[in-house]
Structure formats: C-alpha cells, structure tokens
Design a protein around this ligand. Structure first.
Ligand code: ZN
Ligand code: ZN
Length: 370
C-alpha cells in the first residue's frame, strides 16, 4: 500500500513528507493506522545527526493508532484494537527478557541498530530504495507495520493526545522514578530539564512522596508548568547558580538528581546537586562519543551515578497501569502537549525543540475515526 510519511534522507536536512510504499505485515506483525504521534528529542537528535541511524529512515517512536490488519501468527491483537506503540518490542526469549529486564531486550536492540524488523528486512521503500525503521516504530507515517510485541492494546476512550505520549515520554519519566530509582517517601529530588519526560519525572516523584522536588530549567514558563505537576521549588539555571540553590534548599544536596536533557555538562552539574550517598539518574540520551568527567575523589562520599534506558520499563505491564492511574485522576498527561499539528509541520516542531519553545508537539493524523 501507499502511505504518507516523513522521510529523513540525510542528517542535518529537513525530513521530506512524501508518499512511500508500505508492505503488508508479515509473520507476527500488524498494520496500524496512526492517530497521533509525539515528537521526542531523540527524533530531533537523529534529524541533527547527533544520534547515528541507518538512512534514509522514517522517524517517530511514540504514538497511538488502530490495528487495521494482522499478519500471520498474530495472537495478541485483532483488527480494530486501539494500541500504543513501543520502541522495545521485547522478544521474551533473549538473555535480558529471561532475566525480567525486557527493556534491555537484545533482539529489539539489534532491530533498532539495523533499522529493520525481526526478519532482518524493512517494510518501507520509496521506488527501489529501502527505508529503515526507527526503533521498530517509524510512526511519522499515516500507516506503520510493527511487531505484535511492539503494540499494547489500550481502551478506545483514552484521548489521542494522552495515548500518543505514553510510548516514550510517560513510561520513561515515570519509570525513571518508580523502576530505575525507586524513590522513597520523603526523599529529595532535583530534575534537570522540564520538558515532556521531565514533567513525568516530577509527577512520579510527587506521587512517590518525595520532598522537596526541585525543577531546574532555563525557562520560567516551564518551571511554572512543572509546579503544576508537583515540583515544590523551581530554579532558573540561567539566572541562578543551580548548585547553590539546591544546597540552600536541601542543606547537603538531593537524594536523587534526574538529568533529562542528555547533555554531558548537565550530567556533571547533576553530580554537584546530590548529597553524599545520593544518586544521579541519567535519563537523557547524550550524543554518541561524548564523555562525562567526574571528580574521582567524590567517590569517598559514596556518591552514585546510574544509567536509565526507557525508564527500565516493563512496557506491557506498565502502560495499562498508567492508563488506569490517569483515568482515576491520580496522574495527568493533559498540559504536557503544547502543540497539535499535522504531519506536514514536523519541521516546525523540530524548530521549537531547538529553541526550547513549548512542551510536547503531537502530530495528528486525519484518518477515519474508529
Ligand atoms: Zn523518545
Ligand atoms: Zn528479548
């Protein structure tokens, strides 16, 4: 079939919106008509060449849609199911899946690195030219083919703007607090970066009973929004020395500093924010090849630094629970989306991200409703 998609041919160049050929789903795969897709920093980083990916590629790794066709041997989904897509379609049989760490799935990692689906091929092309999949999702496209493990069924009444953010921003931010860190009541938290993921870190830290929760950003408007998601304090790092401000609030530094930007300099700064025995959780994805330098003497104070990928999530277990929490009014996603635009405005979303304007942009697809 033909579908309209955003194709990135060359890093540093705009993605081209055009009609591509999408093959039918093969064994264990489903065809999904997209309803909405969130634009995440990782998409921008590939667009800029900071994260290398096989090219040309169709970006997008956070979205929601309707299953419109199932391939052979699909058992978990049916036509008509509403789904959220995941960038880690865990295989269930590799070393990490067997250890109960499905977010580290080796099979998914290989697929992501090579830009292919499980059989080693892609479903997308333009003319004779192969187009690669981005993390097995590639949802900046009206239709996508994904592995059945890459789609989780959700209720039909979840608003598209909420469902669109579940696949990356929400599970990453909430998981970083609840799964990677395991923040305890009364512990202190600083969050460096108050975009889509950062707001979810703040929200989850608040639900975990953390206090104080210090939101650090360089924009006052984002700090104000962060306070509506549970931040107790805000620091504008452009106007104030963030380290001094955090020490003033917490005396010895925070128990947990979440770095959400993926910037080696702010990771080093986060190290200064934690108390002895505190922990930096690195949620943001830094440019490949970049390095972090830490004062080695500080290890005498039992300071810790910990990586975090995809919120250490167990996607198929976590998403249904997060939806229940949202529906019960215990969590909220509304207020995290600042712009809802058609696919054609992807580049304007990237421009806003570069300048730090707004929060999440959601691309809305104008398919038939169901
Ligand atoms: Zn993302
Ligand atoms: Zn696996």
């Amino acid at each position: 079939m033909k579908t309209k998609a955003a194709v990135l041919y060359e890093a540093g160049q705009p993605a081209v919106i055009e009609e591509i050929t999408l093959d039918a789903p093969r064994q264990g795969e489903v065809l999904v008509r997209m309803q909405a897709a969130g634009v995440c920093a990782s998409d921008l980083h590939v667009r800029e060449g900071i994260i290398p990916e096989p090219l040309p590629i169709v970006l997008g790794h956070e979205g929601t849609g309707i299953v419109v066709e199932v391939g052979p041997e699909v058992s978990s989904l049916q036509t008509g199911d509403r789904v959220v897509l995941t960038l880690v379609p865990a295989c269930g049989t590799c070393f990490y899946c067997n250890r109960g760490e499905p977010h580290m799935c080796l099979t998914s990692g290989t697929m992501a690195a090579r830009g292919v689906l499980r059989d080693g091929t892609t479903r997308m092309r333009i003319g004779n030219r192969t187009l690669y999949h981005f993390n097995s999702v590639s949802c900046f496209s009206e239709y996508v083919v994904v592995p059945q493990e890459g789609a989780v069924k959700i209720p039909h009444d979840v608003p598209v703007e909420i469902a669109a953010l579940l696949g990356c921003a929400v599970v990453t931010g909430v998981g970083a607090v609840e799964r990677t860190a395991g923040v305890r009541p009364g512990e202190s938290v600083a969050v460096v970066g108050c975009g889509g993921v950062g707001l979810n870190v703040i929200q989850a830290a608040n639900l975990s009973g953390a206090y104080p929760i210090i939101a650090i950003d360089i924009r006052d408007d984002k700090i104000e929004i962060a306070k509506t998601f549970g931040a107790s304090h805000g620091v504008n790092a452009r106007e104030q020395d963030a380290v001094a401000a955090v020490l003033e609030t917490t005396e010895y530094g925070v128990d947990w500093a979440f770095e959400v930007l993926g910037n080696p300099r702010t990771i080093e700064q986060a190290w200064e924010l934690i108390r002895p025995r505190g922990t930096v959780v690195v949620v943001g994805l830094s440019p490949k090849g970049s390095r972090v330098s830490l004062p080695a003497f500080d290890f005498i104070s039992e300071k810790n630094i910990r990586g975090c990928f995809y919120g250490s999530s167990r996607f198929h277990a976590d998403v249904p629970v997060i939806i229940k929490r949202i529906q019960a009014g215990r969590m909220r996603i509304d207020g995290m989306v600042s712009h809802s635009v058609p696919l054609e405005e992807l580049e304007s979303a990237f421009s806003r991200m570069r300048s730090g304007d707004g929060l999440r942009t959601v691309l809305q697809f104008s398919g038939e409703d169901s």
